[in-house]
Design a protein around this ligand. Structure first.
Ligand code: AMP
Ligand code: ZN
Length: 113
């Protein structure tokens, strides 16, 4: 975890463009955006990937979904629509092993895989 980039962003040891933060989550702009809106929603708790989520994390996962909804409104993509994506492990294309959700929108997105 001490070696985890997103833990370092949570701790403000690595700078990021934070657009939302509360006691449970942080959301910041993806450094390499694929669309006009590309935000990462990250729990402050270090959970490596989706397969590591436990029942005790259920409220946190719900909070992430509510945060995604509220950020979609804030970023003006709630009417046009967006994607909320989790990449899990190798076949999912996960690069950073601290669970996170991509909120992507602001243009028409095409292929789903
Ligand atoms: P993935 O693990 O495949 O879901 O994607 C990790 C995402 O983190 C990629 O979209 C990267 O562009 C993004 N990323 C990597 N480093 C940073 C950083 N320092 N600040 C913001 N986003 C980052
Ligand atoms: Zn971490």
């Amino acid at each position: 975890m001490s070696d985890c980039l997103f833990c370092k962003i949570v701790q403000k040891e690595v700078p990021s463009e934070i657009i939302y933060e509360d006691d449970q989550v942080i959301a910041f702009k993806d450094i390499s955006p694929v669309a006009p809106v590309h935000v990462l929603i990250v729990p402050k708790k270090h959970i490596p990937d989706l397969t590591s989520v436990e029942p005790e994390d259920a409220n946190l996962m719900g909070h992430i979904v509510m945060t995604a909804k509220n950020l979609a409104i804030k970023l003006g993509v709630d009417e046009s629509g967006f994607r909320l994506i989790n990449n899990c492990k190798q076949h999912g294309g996960q690069v950073i092993y601290h669970i996170h959700f991509h909120l992507i929108g602001g243009r028409q997105l095409s292929n789903k895989c």
